[in-house]
Design a protein around this ligand. Structure first.
Ligand SMILES: [Fe+2]
Length: 386
């Protein structure tokens, strides 16, 4: 068998520590990564929810010094990455700990890039452009959805150009992902619902991606099963078993998409974050059924298997009919969660659609979608979602 560089597949994940109370390991893990002075990247909401105080206690127990950087917002900005890198150098930090949802984790990765590779974060947008190893990085997710703790992605908004920039490199994979489902208990119902829909989108897009393979597929399918089993209960009743199920769903969806990459839902969602500052999970939730209806004919067998994972009856059902149940199942879940169903409900204007479509067509995630859509087809999808 001949093998070319292009046909090689890879599978990479960090060390994973999982379970209720796992946060108590954060000091020991940071010490084990060689830490003396930690840069803790977080956001003001996590500060308020007492998890920052808890992490600091565990740093103190290990005799670690620390600096807290919490100037992070949803759809994090380039200048926040630069400020974090300045603080890292100013305080002579040696290990980075990200405590939060996707935004603090993506900023922490951006900071890690700048402190050893220098220049501007914009210089690293694209695939595998990072040449120097980053400092040790430990991620502690406080939401169940982004998968940033196990992924090779960092997405940062350039507010001047109003675009979300995707950095993809195995160099920015965390050393350790420390997952404590108890941290989900302080999140709002809406946030749990929206981030959970992000996890579902990761799993579906990874499963139908042109780079999916036998090491990513089982994680994607299991994540879909877990979302349909646990997300509504996690959002509504704050049940700890449901949180644990969603934490595993997020982890497995993250493992799948980090290695198989994503698709058109993310390509269309990124410009909505850059232009409207729309929450990433919410953008995905609204776009997912529309994109799935377009994608179905390009991977019908895979969508039939997804329908089965969602709990639809597929035995003896023709492939096309089985696949058609997927968008219906997704719409049912979105309605049960009480999330908006239309882009017009979240402020998107029809006049912006050509600009949104242009950015989506150029997004890195479009390259692994089962079909590569041109700008006119993308405009039609935004209109369907409006
Ligand atoms: Fe995502």
């Amino acid at each position: 068998m001949t093998t070319t560089q292009d046909s090689l597949l890879k599978f990479e994940i960090p060390e994973i520590i999982f379970g209720q109370g796992a946060l108590s390991q954060v000091g020991q893990c940071a010490r084990r990564l060689g830490g003396e002075h930690i840069l803790l990247v977080t956001d003001p909401g996590i500060q308020k929810a007492v998890w920052v105080d808890a992490a600091i206690r565990y740093f103190d127990e290990e005799g670690l010094r620390y600096s807290v950087f919490d100037d992070v917002v949803t759809n994090p900005r380039t200048f926040q990455v630069e400020h974090g890198a300045q603080l890292y150098h100013q305080d002579n930090c040696d290990v980075i700990v990200a405590l939060g949802g996707g935004s603090p984790m993506d900023v922490a990765k951006g900071v890690a890039i700048l402190v050893t590779n220098h220049g501007r974060i914009q210089d690293y947008v694209g695939c595998n452009l990072i040449t120097q190893p980053i400092p040790p990085l430990l991620c502690v997710p406080t939401t169940a959805g982004t998968g940033s703790d196990v992924s090779q992605f960092s997405v940062i908004a350039d507010t001047q150009r109003k675009v979300k920039m995707t950095i993809l490199s195995r160099a920015i994979m965390a050393d350790i992902s420390l997952i404590d489902p108890v941290l989900l208990t302080t999140k709002s119902e809406e946030l749990i619902a929206a981030t959970g829909m992000d996890a579902l989108t990761h799993a579906i897009e990874a499963y139908v991606s042109s780079l999916s393979w036998p090491l990513t597929d089982p994680h994607a399918i299991h994540a879909i099963q877990l979302v349909f089993k646990h997300l509504e209960k996690a959002a509504r009743s704050k049940d700890i078993d449901a949180f644990e199920g969603m934490a595993i769903a997020s982890l497995e969806a993250g493992i799948a998409f980090s290695n198989a990459i994503l698709g058109a839902v993310h390509a269309l969602a990124h410009p909505l974050g850059g232009i409207y500052d729309l929450h990433h999970g919410l953008a995905n939730a609204i776009l997912l059924p529309v994109v799935v209806r377009e994608n179905m004919e390009h991977a019908p067998e895979k969508f039939a298997k997804i329908a089965n994972a969602m709990g639809a009856e597929t035995r003896g059902v023709p492939t096309k009919e089985a696949a058609e149940q997927v968008p219906e199942k997704i719409e049912g879940l979105i309605s049960a969660l009480g999330l908006p169903r239309r882009l017009s409900q979240v402020g998107v204007q029809e006049t912006d659609i050509p600009l949104l479509a242009k950015q989506a067509a150029e997004d890195l995630c479009m390259q692994t979608n089962p079909h590569c859509y041109i700008a006119e087809e993308i405009e039609s999808m935004y209109i369907q979602a409006l």
